[in-house]
Every structure is written in structure tokens, then in C-alpha cells.
Design a protein around this ligand. Structure first.
Ligand code: THU
Length: 174
């Protein structure tokens, strides 16, 4: 049935599968000391969140290759799309102040007065895209640690595990 939107030409279809890898830690205590420190900084950063609209206070912490930690938190705005997520605040602050230093890892967590955040906070699509660009720019992978107020910590070694089939700069060239 040529041109039929509902019936594909089954013999021309290749079903493919992409696998992502992530590690689940029962507790931050199971991470390295440097990673525990990064998560503590992300947790501390939730206190600087400005989230009067969502009440969802997100904190992020970026570990630079020289060991320095840069913190960020979500900053909301009454014109909603003008606000920015914690991860992008932290990554952009790091790159604006230390453009030459590679980012080794990003930790993210959140809290709200409305309920207990018991599952890991995972970055939104736009933040994943920014982390993807940062990896390309610095030509090295970024570890991403994700945590709630309680519960397990998730860890991925590189953004391809959160953003499969990502759009990147080479796609703009032939
Ligand atoms: N938010 C973040 O800062 N990071 C995330 O990974 C998810 C969402 C913020 C955006 C907004 O201020 C609030 O959380 C609710 O979506």
C-alpha cells in the first residue's frame, strides 16, 4: 500500500535496539568520597533555589577537573519559560567562569515542602542537550549522579546514556 501512513512496508523495516547503562547505588555511602561531596554540594544548593511557582527546589553541583565544585539551583520567573533549571545554571556558571576546565561530573537532587522526593531527579531534555554539547566541547564524558531526598542514587557515565540518538553539531554539516 504505497503512501499508506498506517501500514509500513514490513520487509523494509529494521527494528533496532539501543541499550543505556546506569548504576544504582542503595545509598550515597556506597559512592566515592569525591562523589559524596558532590552530592552534598547539590543538596546544599537546593537552599538557594528560587521556586515560588513550583515549590520544587532543585540543586546541582558540577565537579571541575581541578577539584573545584560549582553549585547551581533552579531560578524561576513569573514569565515561566524565562526560568532555568539547576543543572544548566551550574554548568553555564562553570563554563562562564572556568571555560578551559573540563567538567568531570554533575550531581542533581531536589526537595519540596509538599512531599518527600523519594526517587532520583533526572535532568530534563534541555539540560541533557546542554550536557551533551558540553561533552562535545571538552571532548570528554561527564558522569551524572541523580538523587532524591531519600532512596537510591543513579549514576551514568556520559550523556549518551540519558540522551540516545542525540542531536549534535556534526549533524549541521554534510
Ligand atoms: N527543574 C530543574 O531545575 N531540574 C530538573 O532536572 C527538573 C526540573 C526545575 C525547573 C522548575 O523550576 C522546577 O524544577 C519544576 O519543574
Amino acid at each position: 500500500m504505497p503512501g499508506n501512513l498506517y501500514f509500513s512496508k514490513k520487509n523494509k523495516v529494521k527494528e533496532k535496539t539501543l541499550t543505556i547503562h546506569f548504576t544504582e547505588f542503595d545509598s550515597p555511602d556506597d559512592l566515592s568520597l569525591a562523589e559524596q561531596e558532590l552530592i552534598k554540594s547539590a543538596t546544599k544548593a537546593t537552599d538557594t533555589s528560587y521556586a515560588p511557582y513550583s515549590q520544587f527546589k532543585v540543586g546541582a553541583a558540577v565537579l571541575l577537573e581541578n577539584g573545584e565544585i560549582i553549585m547551581g539551583s533552579n531560578q524561576e520567573n513569573t514569565a515561566y519559560p524565562s526560568g532555568l533549571c539547576a543543572e544548566r545554571v551550574a554548568v553555564f556558571t562553570a563554563k562562564a567562569n572556568f571555560p578551559k576546565l573540563k567538567i568531570k561530573a554533575v550531581a542533581v537532587t531536589a526537595k519540596t515542602k509538599n512531599f518527600s522526593v523519594d526517587t532520583p531527579i533526572t535532568p530534563c531534555g534541555a539540560c541533557r542537550q546542554v550536557i551533551a554539547e558540553t561533552e562535545k566541547r571538552q571532548q570528554s564524558k561527564i558522569k551524572i549522579l541523580m538523587k532524591g531526598q531519600k532512596g537510591p542514587v543513579l549514576s551514568v557515565e556520559g550523556i549518551e546514556n540519558l540522551l540516545p540518538l542525540m542531536f549534535h553539531e556534526e549533524k549541521l554539516k554534510k
